[in-house]
Write a protein that binds this ligand. Structure first.
Ligand code: FAD
Length: 692
């Protein structure tokens, strides 16, 4: 009889002793801090795996390692693409490495005939991503020490490396992570090959920046390492086997469960980015009165989970794809009749981790594990072209893959997901020739989405509130709507909670009760992400908060907290909140609550509104800021804190320059001096942003 894959996995571990990871770990693995279980299953790193990357490369015969620092999965995706390309075009033996999985004190022994690549996203205010904090601190540290210190040469003189950064020019510290790491590596004597690439999400050119950077990089690398280009052939990274001996009902088949604990029904903590808590939704309601737009308020129960939060933290919600998109994906691939067929996914490369638990089914992979609705890259389309069902479809896919403008017009501008692209290119014939491994390699695994917690932990310790606007917009020139994955899922949960047996917001339906009905009774998988966006520890310090739209979320928490402190007789400083929305009668969030807080805080709460569509002129929060220039400046001079939350692209930037303008005028100094004051406030944490 055929061995069960889990048995095989266990055997492999016993034989090899150390086989690193079977999954990509970030979501289905167990963090370093919690390597307690789930034994050595297909769901987590294996205890004892080496943290020495050079040893790992030697063990597995690799000559190129691509490290990634990723928050939302894009950097990780680019790293995988570089790995594949390096192998298929240049015969490099490549491996992708999560920065969190290794230590760095042996980098000084990095061999000169190997290459390290760093694909590094910058997060928030020029910070490293969560998985790169330790690496960043190590490499940029004042006195970085390696395991084999040799004073005669720069420690990394043997190391050749390339870098690409993912950033957003609307943030002050654009691509700070890659710039600082690049500098640090050079300071340590490492030799960069090619230019340090930078992609700009703010300008919407990330993908094209990446593509434009990587071609000359490959040429420079080929020259530096004496590589020869060869005809690229697709080699799957994963072996996907249909398991006819197993049915979807079998106990060991993952139908969407995040990891083995969940599969076995023993969901247990610690709950974190690798292990979500299936949380009951205590209450859900809508906050807008407008018919065509929805904004949700949800109270999510965390009691009994051992999860805790502090005012200003984020809640991460683990989404489910809509039935409509799952069906479209399976249909176009000709998998509808086999959607519940059990598949076992095995990595063909010891360093590549299967990004979800296995065995599973096509339906579960599309519903719970893969980001099937996300942005499609040109490179991904090109990689599918050879497997098109007809010559015409193949030619069209090749054209889309090669022609930047054509791709932009036909795919990017229309926000098509991968199944929509395939449907558009060829609908009458199914795309049955595409190896499923391509999707596992090419689509991100589904990412949790973050929400700024809109409750105070002082007031509701065990109940986390979120305030989420539902993404739904008409795509210009297309009958399709762009529908946010998570927010429509949450809307469906809200509708179900309010008695709709089969909710289908915007024509979408969801597997609301989750795998094996484990989310029944209105539950949602979540974890908490701690943030630095915090109230001053001294409640008597004044605070100025700018939060238009859902940017008001954390400020509801701040004001709630200060009102509670005031009720308890504490000396509470002035709280000034600038809120903006379209119309007073449509999208005025928490309109009645502010009055309650006012009762508790009295004159210490000043609430300023800007309704952009209620009057003849559009009024935004920045305009209101100018009108209250004197008050703001006085509060800031009185050791006040300034907070901005919401839209990063426009609002946060404009608020920043408006504040500098205000300071310049009020203090009678020039703009450059005022900008320096704002910078110093940021450096001292007296100007904090929570923007997206
Ligand atoms: P998604 O499916 O992720 O789509 C979001 C956007 O991605 C779309 O509008 C579109 O621009 C793009 N997109 C999606 N699919 C495609 C495609 N196929 N092609 C091209 N583009 C595509 N939101 C809130 O409402 N409230 C909050 O308090 C809040 N706090 C946040 C705090 C932080 C730190 C961060 C990072 C984000 C926060 N957000 C908040 C935003 C939130 O995390 C989600 O991004 C948002 O709710 C949309 O999620 P979604 O899954 O519904 O949409």
């Amino acid at each position: 009889a055929q061995l069960d894959v889990l048995d095989l996995a266990v055997l492999a571990v016993l034989l090899a002793g150390t086989v690193a990871y079977f999954t990509k770990g970030t979501y289905w693995g167990i963090s370093k801090a919690s390597q307690v279980s789930p034994s050595s299953s297909a769901t987590g790193p294996i205890k004892g795996a080496t943290r020495d990357v050079i040893e790992k490369m030697q063990e597995t015969g690799k000559d190129c390692v691509i490290f990634y620092a990723s928050q939302t999965g894009t950097a990780e995706d680019y790293a995988s693409r570089l790995a594949k390309e390096g192998h298929s075009r240049f015969g490099l033996n490549t491996m992708v490495a999560d920065l969190e999985d290794y230590d760095y004190d042996t980098l000084d022994t990095f061999p000169s005939n190997k290459i390290a690549m760093f694909v590094l996203a910058t997060y928030g205010e020029g910070e490293p991503t969560d998985n790169a904090v330790e690496f960043y601190e190590f490499i940029t540290g004042e006195d970085v020490t390696f395991s084999d210190p040799d004073d005669s040469e720069a420690p990394l003189h043997n190391m050749k490396y390339v870098t690409f950064g993912l950033g957003n020019n609307t943030y002050e510290h654009y691509n700070a992570m890659v710039r600082r790491v690049d500098l640090a590596l050079q300071k340590l004597g490492a030799n960069r090959i090619g230019t340090a690439g930078e992609g700009d999400d703010g300008a919407g050119t990330m993908e094209e920046d990446f593509l434009a950077w990587k071609e000359p990089m490959w040429l420079a690398l080929a020259e530096a390492m004496g590589l020869e280009e060869r005809e690229a052939v697709y080699e799957p990274v994963f072996k996907v086997t249909e398991r006819e001996d197993l049915t979807a009902e079998a106990d060991n088949v993952y139908l969407g469960e995040p990891n083995k604990n969940h599969l076995e029904g023993l969901s247990k903590g610690p709950y974190n980015a690798h292990n979500p808590f299936i949380a009951p939704i205590a209450e859900s309601r809508e906050l807008f009165t407008a018919k065509d737009r929805n904004c949700l308020h949800m109270d999510i129960e965390i009691s009994g989970s051992n999860l805790s939060y502090q005012t200003g933290d984020h809640l991460a919600v683990w989404p489910t794809n809509s039935g409509k998109e799952v069906n479209r994906f399976l249909e176009v691939l000709g998998l509808t009749s086999r959607s519940h067929t059990v598949i076992a996914v095995k990595s063909l490369d010891a360093t590549a981790k299967v990004p979800f638990p296995t065995p599973t089914t096509y339906d579960a992979a599309a519903s719970y594990y893969l980001e099937i609705c996300g942005t499609v890259s040109r490179q991904f389309v090109a990689s599918i072209a050879p497997f098109a069902p007809t010559d015409t479809a193949k030619a069209e896919m090749t054209k889309l893959g090669n022609d930047k403008d054509y791709f932009h017009e036909r795919v990017a501008e229309k926000y098509l997901n991968i199944a929509q692209v395939l449907e558009k290119v060829e609908k009458s014939q199914k795309w049955t020739g595409i190896p499923f491994s391509i999707f596992i390699e090419g689509l991100h695994r589904i990412q949790p989405r973050y929400y700024s917690i809109s409750s105070s932990s002082l007031v509701q310790k065990n109940k986390v509130s979120i305030t989420a606007v539902v993404e739904s917009s008409q795509i210009s020139g297309s009958p399709e709507m762009l529908k946010g994955v998570t927010t429509n899922y949450l809307l469906a949960l809200k509708q179900k909670q309010h008695g709709d047996p089969n909710p289908d917001p915007h024509g979408l339906s969801y597997a609301i009760t989750g795998p094996r009905n484990k989310y029944d009774g209105i539950h949602v998988p979540v974890h908490i992400r701690h943030s630095n966006f915090k109230l001053p520890s001294d409640p008597s310090k004044p605070i100025v908060m700018i939060g238009p739209g859902t940017g008001v979320a954390p400020f509801r928490a701040f004001v709630q907290e200060r009102a509670e402190q005031a009720k308890a007789g504490e000396n509470v400083g002035k709280c000034v909140l600038f809120f903006g929305c379209r119309r007073k009668t449509e999208d005025f969030l928490y309109q009645n609550e502010w009055e309650e807080y006012k009762k508790a805080l009295g004159d210490n709460f000043i609430f300023v509104t800007a309704f952009s569509r209620d009057g003849p002129e559009k009024v935004y929060v920045q305009h209101r800021l100018r009108e209250h220039a004197q008050l703001i400046d006085a509060l800031l001079q009185d050791r006040g804190y300034f907070y901005v939350c919401g839209d990063a692209a426009h609002m946060a930037r404009e608020v920043n320059s408006t504040l500098a303008e205000i300071i310049a005028k009020q203090r009678n100094i020039n703009e450059a001096q005022a900008e320096d004051i704002v910078k110093t406030m940021r450096a001292r944490n007296r100007y904090q942003e929570d923007v997206w």
